[in-house]
Every structure is written in structure tokens, then in C-alpha cells.
Write a protein that binds this ligand. Structure first.
Ligand SMILES: [Zn+2]
Length: 215
């Protein structure tokens, strides 16, 4: 962690507030290489952040991964799947699960059959537009397609980094470190629901990447 990371960290910590109106996706691939800018969906914009990802970033991301993998330039060994990690401020809604996330994986496998990938979704909160049951069904669908879903790791990572600072300010507002803890405690109820869901999906047999049905 360097001084240059701090503004970015502040941005991430602020946006990770579980009830924030803005959804943001951060992408890394091949064991931690950052790809592109943060992808946000603001209140006044139509379409979810996942839609922007699919329209604007999915193609360039796969071209980059394929070029590097085929040239032996990835940290990932030949034959192993290249990880794509989506850190997202909430879980994908059922619509985005079917039409953006699963579509992305299917399209990538069809266009680059020689480039194995593994998609990992780290989500900070449940999506507000769907019921817990719909969310659970979406998570099960993702898991059956070999997509890994982790719901808690973003908080842990950010907290680890935030503990190095006593306080920080963002866009003119001062935040004390205890406020970050408050963000987290406000999310506790939601987090319990996520953890319950994750336990339930972990009981479902995991499909190999590329297997499973869209039904
Ligand atoms: Zn959506």
C-alpha cells in the first residue's frame, strides 16, 4: 500500500456503504491485475452497472486476457483458468445474473475456447430489487455454472487497509475510523442474510465451469 493508493481506497470505502444508491464494479484478472476504471451505475442512469460492463468492458477484457494468455504473459499457468474477479457493491439482480453475468461467461467460452477463465464475484450487499428467495435462486444458478460468489471478503479487505488510518476525508466530508465501523454495523443484518444464503448455496453440488443449465 502506497500513498498513491489512498485516494482510490477512500473512494472504494465510501462506495462500499451497503445502502449507497450507486452500484460500482471493480475488475481484476490474472491474480490481481486491475482492468479499466471503476464501472458505476448512478441513480439518474438507466441500466445496471452489469449492463455497462457487458457493453463496454467485457470485449476488451477478454481480448486482453486472450492476448496475454496465448503469449504466455499471464501469471496463470497454461491450462489453468485465468481468474476474473468482479468486486461489486451489491449482488447482481436476477436479470443481470441471467442476461449479463452468465451471458458474459457463455460468450467468453464460445469466442475463446482455448482460453479457460474462472469468474469470481465478491459482493458487499444483497441487491435491493429482489427478494431473498430470488437472490438465493440467482446465487444457486451462478454456482451451478462454476461461478464463485463470495459475499463478505470486500469488507474484510477494506477493513484491513482502513485500520492503518485514524481518519480520512472524502469530497469535503470528514470520516473517522469508527464511522467505517458504523457502515459495517449497518450492514450487519444484511450480512447475516448473505451468510445464510451462502451457506445454503454451498450445500448445492458445484458444477464444473461451463456446465449446468440456464433453467
Ligand atoms: Zn441488475
Amino acid at each position: 500500500m502506497t500513498a498513491a493508493d489512498i485516494p482510490e481506497l477512500k473512494t472504494i470505502a465510501t462506495k462500499m456503504r451497503p445502502f449507497a444508491a450507486t452500484t460500482t464494479i471493480y475488475i481484476t484478472y490474472d491474480g490481481g491485475t486491475r482492468f479499466g476504471p471503476a464501472i458505476s451505475q448512478k441513480r439518474d442512469q438507466a441500466g445496471h452497472a452489469e449492463h455497462r460492463f457487458l457493453q463496454e468492458f467485457a470485449g476488451p477484457l477478454m481480448r486482453t486476457i486472450a492476448r496475454r494468455y496465448r503469449s504466455g504473459l499471464t501469471r496463470t499457468k497454461q491450462g489453468d483458468p485465468v481468474s476474473i474477479v468482479m468486486d461489486i457493491t451489491r449482488l447482481p439482480c436476477p436479470g443481470c445474473t441471467d442476461h449479463r453475468i452468465i451471458a458474459f461467461v457463455d460468450n467468453a467460452k464460445a469466442a475463446y475456447p482455448d482460453v479457460p477463465i474462472k469468474l469470481i464475484i465478491n459482493a458487499a450487499a444483497l441487491t435491493k430489487q429482489s427478494s431473498p428467495q430470488q437472490t438465493l435462486e440467482s446465487l444457486i444458478k451462478l454456482r451451478k455454472r462454476g461461478i464463485e460468489v463470495n459475499a463478505s471478503s470486500i469488507w474484510t479487505e477494506i477493513e484491513k487497509k482502513m485500520k492503518q488510518y485514524k481518519a480520512f476525508d472524502y469530497q469535503g466530508r470528514f470520516y473517522a475510523s469508527w464511522e467505517f465501523m458504523e457502515f459495517k454495523s449497518r450492514a450487519a443484518e444484511v450480512q447475516e442474510e448473505i451468510d445464510r444464503s451462502i451457506r445454503a448455496i454451498n450445500a448445492v453440488p458445484k458444477g464444473a465451469p461451463g456446465e449446468g443449465n440456464l433453467g
